[in-house]
Ligand binder design. Sequence first.
Ligand SMILES: Cc1cc2nc3c(=O)[nH]c(=O)nc-3n(C[C@H](O)[C@H](O)[C@H](O)COP(=O)(O)O)c2cc1C
Length: 197
Amino acid sequence: MNAADMSDPVGRVIEWIAAARERGERDAQAATLATVDPASARPSVRTVYVQTDADTLVFFVNANTGKGQHLRWHPHAALCFFWRELQQQINIEGVAEVLDNADADRLWAQRQRDSQLSARSSAQEAIFGDIEAFRQRREREHDAYSFEQVPRPEHWIGYRLLPTRIEFWAAGWHRLRPRELFERDPDGGWQEADQEP
Ligand SMILES: Cc1cc2nc3c(=O)[nH]c(=O)nc-3n(C[C@H](O)[C@H](O)[C@H](O)COP(=O)(O)O)c2cc1C
């Protein structure tokens, strides 16, 4: 990592995502999202697609799902990207901030139409619904918006992760430096933290 990257680990995350995409990594923008259920204090994980917006990381969730409920009451979250072919990983911890409607609509518009239709079709009820009912809803959504832009459903909420800790890991580094860990200062800058191999 060069000196410029050390002062901007978020920029480095965005570069790694773009590089993974360019090098043909399947689902380069998919990451594991960890949230905490504030009622039980238990963690839970699942995959989400992460979009980059200028120099920030954004993801969308159905507000009715577990993660939607967790983030509503407890905004601390973590993302883990793993790119199998590149053998690289990034772990990010931070606080998830709700996007305002203008930003959410703008980023929603960048999602693939297929993913928009699926999100609309599953937005109305819990995800463990009837698959046939989901298919029918999706069909109806497809017909309703065949010539128009697909609108963002009310329950599809965007979050921007404000990172407090970022750790980079790449295969081959382990003999020299196992990981590179950055922690956010109270003044908004970044410090590289010392760590044991
Ligand atoms: C590749 C992939 C991408 C996904 N992207 C999203 C996403 O962007 N937002 C989302 O809410 N769910 C997404 N999902 C579904 C979630 O992983 C999850 O199964 C579902 O939202 C319910 O999660 P929860 O009950 O833990 O909240 C994706 C799943 C996969 C496999």
